[in-house]
Design a protein around this ligand. Structure first.
Ligand SMILES: Cc1ncc(C[n+]2csc(CCOP(=O)(O)OP(=O)(O)O)c2C)c(N)n1
Ligand code: SF4
Length: 292
């Protein structure tokens, strides 16, 4: 289908096809995301990986929970599931155990993955379930108007912490690595190429892989914390990001203090038997085929 669009200056351009048309449900567009929201950059990186990968379409699965990031799955023209709030990892675990051949990605917000769904996160990492999780961290519950959650930096203002958040946020890479994940990375939405490479690596590593993407949310978090426009947040990412793959994970909490860096990188990339592999070995033992 040819879609008329307006270029700068009002000139009409006609777009008849895009290489990722197969991966996007065009009839669901325009999307619900605010101007400057970072979730679209994650969608771009994820679909670019799928487009360039050799994973057959029938093996590709995307699962989201609830929230702005939770809408991710609905825009993808592949087997995708919009599940209940905080339960996307549990849903993905069941699906992956039932069919280990699937290449499953969970893409959801920090509220969904680390706050209401935090228990599922640590246990999937502990078991090394062979799924890939992309957590879009905008430091708040975006869709429901900006409540604080488990990643909101101490002191940050939200609509439920107007005098500054008194809680300590999770240091998510440290938490997930300590629980046992095979791959752990953190990038921001300004690191387009590194996002692509990290997501591609997640398709290669067996076991539980995890990517935290720090992302702007201008209307509900940025507005209250000195980043009213998405560009302000992107400038913060550019000025404060320090790439350090070998960083001591204990030093990675995000403070957003002007003097503190925002450490990013591919922190963990290791070989460890996945839950599915251990189940397969156990089934062999139970059937008398494998070692006793
Ligand atoms: C069990 C349950 N509790 C609360 C809600 C309300 N709710 C819908 S979206 C949302 C916040 C999602 O925040 P986050 O996961 O950080 O995603 P974002 O919108 O920031 O992308 C909440 C609390 C719900 N849908 N279900
Ligand atoms: S509220 Fe925040 S997370 Fe939700 S669409 Fe808008 S910018 Fe994105």
């Amino acid at each position: 289908m040819t879609t008329p669009q307006l270029a700068a200056g009002g000139r009409e351009i006609k777009v008849s096809a895009h290489s990722r048309d197969r991966l996007i449900r065009a009839h669901r567009l325009p999307n619900i995301w605010c101007p400057g929201c970072g979730i679209g950059i994650v969608l771009e990186a994820y679909t670019r990986v799928l487009e360039k990968s050799n994973i057959p379409p029938e093996r590709q699965v995307a699962i989201s929970g609830i929230g702005c990031t939770g809408r991710f799955a609905g825009y993808l023209d592949l087997d995708s599931y919009h599940t209940t709030h905080g339960r996307a990892i549990a849903f993905a675990t069941g699906m992956s155990v039932a069919n280990p051949d699937l290449e499953i990605f969970v893409i959801a917000g920090d509220g969904d993955i680390s706050t209401i769904g935090g228990n599922h996160l640590i246990h999937a990492a502990r078991r090394n379930v062979d799924i890939n999780v992309i957590m879009v961290n905008n430091f708040n519950y975006g869709m429901t108007g900006g409540q604080h959650g488990a990643t909101t930096p101490t002191g940050a203002k939200t609509y439920t912490s107007p005098y500054g958040n008194v809680e300590s946020p999770f240091n998510i890479p440290y938490l997930v690595a300590a629980a046992g994940a095979s791959f752990v990375a953190r990038w921001t939405t300004i690191h387009a190429n590194q996002l692509f490479k990290a997501i591609r690596r997640m398709t290669e590593v067996e076991g539980f892989t995890f990517l935290e993407v720090i992302s702007p949310c201008p209307p509900t978090f940025g507005e209250l914390n000195g980043f009213p426009e998405a560009l302000d947040t992107m400038k913060y990412f550019r000025e404060k990001s320090v790439v350090d793959d070998g960083a001591d994970l204990r030093t990675l909490p995000i403070t957003m203090h002007p003097e503190d860096p925002l450490v990013v990188g591919n922190f963990v990339d290791k070989r460890r038997e996945s839950y599915q592999e251990l189940l397969r070995q156990m089934q062999l033992r139970a059937s008398g085929v494998g070692h006793q």
